[in-house]
Design a protein around this ligand. Structure first.
Ligand code: FAD
Length: 422
């Protein structure tokens, strides 16, 4: 996996999708990396399950996408539906096939990306993955960074990438602000082996379903369907998670009685927050450690992977001496702007259009979706936004500014066929 080795070392805190991708970018550039992961093994959590076309293009440059495709389910379209009357707007990703090599979403759990990369790291002496290493604090020392571990030891590196998730110990230890808001709603996520495809003729693998009484999201993965429901005000987490509540909600989706096999259930709170800065000297934040958002639209992990590529490239360039230190600052500022202006805005708009208590607002949002899907140029524009291709274009611009030779090489190739990281 690695290119020519240089003498610098980077520590990545967290072996989630963002930390693993950052380590893969660094390995590709020949930078030695130590990943410190608090858990003793990789957890197979059911969290993100959608890889957008732009992210598949990026991961293809790391040689990962072909393996992920074997582990997931290709979703060629996604739909907005009215719970009572059926499909309102269906968006086919083939409409953007001239802009991406992957005109589909891949429904694939995030841990499969981590497992794929960690397997590779085991065969690569450049990347050292250490499980059971909880970081308690990090500090910047001008020309290096230091992490403290729960066992009292310290480690030093040329740069440190904090990819330790929303509760980031690194971000907290640096006292970086994490401003934003917490939504009043809580979401209940239920995974079932029941095949909802048998209940509707026209269900896509990704469906946003509007309803005055109870909106929901229905997503298919390889092994199960996942349904996301709002938790009613006044309903406790344990009530929402109870067998009675889960079965009632699932029966409500199909209108059929019987018992549904449930393989996973969880309730979670939703936030929209961005760190005050993604950089403090030699310490750089990425992924959920830097920004968290509403999961409607599936941009948290995807945006984090874009951070990992941009920031990994900038750090690798500085480690090899090809780039000046200001490249990291510029990339960190670019990623923060994208977290606010792109991921934050898009996911908040999704949340409002699906979950707004005001029926007229929700109805207007659905009608707008129908009008957008019916008009080819508008539909294509919307898909380019929702599938994060426009976010990828911004990342490419930032990478081109950092390495003008890359821009010149890219302009001589046709779109959709290029290696995005080179
Ligand atoms: C139910 C649900 C559904 C979602 N669906 C989507 C979706 O479809 N698409 C999407 O893009 N996003 C989705 N998201 C968001 C997505 O899961 C996150 O954005 C993503 O996991 C962020 O990755 P990360 O690597 O930054 O952080 P994490 O995945 O949280 O990984 C952080 C890692 O750091 C480790 N760690 C934590 N603290 C320490 C420490 N002190 N020392 C060492 N290691 C530490 C953790 O054990 C973990 O392995 C969803 C989230 C939820 C909850």
């Amino acid at each position: 996996m690695g290119g020519p080795r240089n003498a610098k070392r980077v520590i990545v805190v967290g072996a989630g999708p963002v930390g693993c991708t950052a380590a893969a970018v660094l390995a590709r550039r020949g930078v030695a990396t130590t990943i410190l992961e608090a858990q003793t093994t990789l957890r197979r959590e059911r969290r993100a399950s959608t890889f957008h076309p732009a992210t598949l293009d990026l991961l293809d440059s790391l040689g990962v996408t072909p393996e992920l495709l074997k582990l997931g389910l290709v979703a060629p379209s996604f739909a907005y539906r009215d719970r009572r009357s059926g499909p309102v707007a269906t968006f086919h990703l083939e409409w953007i096939s001239e802009f991406t090599n992957h005109p589909y979403r891949l429904q694939c759990e995030q841990f499969k990306l981590c497992e794929t990369l960690i397997d590779r790291f085991e065969a690569d002496p450049l990347t050292d993955t250490r499980f059971g290493c909880r970081v308690t604090a990090a500090s910047d020392h001008g020309d290096h960074a230091v992490v403290e571990l729960a066992d009292g030891t310290t480690l030093r590196a040329d740069f440190l990438i904090a990819a330790d998730g929303a509760g980031s110990a690194v971000r907290k230890s640096l006292a970086l602000a994490f401003d934003g808001m917490t939504y009043e709603d809580r979401y209940l996520v239920v995974s079932t082996t029941h095949d909802f495809g048998e209940d509707f003729d026209d269900l896509c693998y990704v469906n946003y379903i509007s309803d005055p009484a109870e909106w929901l999201v229905l997503l298919r993965t390889l092994s199960s369907w996942r349904a996301l429901f709002p938790v009613a005000e006044g309903e406790s987490d344990s009530e929402a998670l109870s067998e009675e509540s889960v079965q009632r909600r699932l029966r409500g989706v199909t209108g059929r009685g019987g018992r549904y096999e449930v393989v996973h259930r969880t309730v979670y709170r939703v936030h929209q927050r961005v760190a005050g800065s993604f950089r403090r000297g030699r310490v750089i934040l990425a992924g959920d450690a830097a920004h968290i958002n509403n999961p409607l639209g599936g941009m948290g992990m995807n945006g984090g992977i874009h951070d990992a590529v941009g920031l990994g490239e900038a750090i690798a360039g500085v480690c090899s001496g090809e780039l000046g230190d200001e490249s990291i600052t510029r990339m960190a500022e670019h990623r923060r702007r994208m977290a606010i202006d792109y991921v934050g805005r898009h996911t908040h708009r999704n949340a409002v259009s699906l979950t707004a208590p005001d029926g007229a607002l929700r109805q207007a949002a659905l009608e707008q979706m129908a009008a957008t899907a019916a008009e080819p140029a508008a539909a294509r524009d919307y898909i380019l936004q929702a599938s994060m291709i426009k976010a990828l274009w911004s990342l490419e611009e930032a990478l081109d500014e950092m390495r003008p030779a890359r821009a010149a090489a890219r302009s001589s190739r046709s779109p959709g066929t290029e290696s995005l990281i080179d």
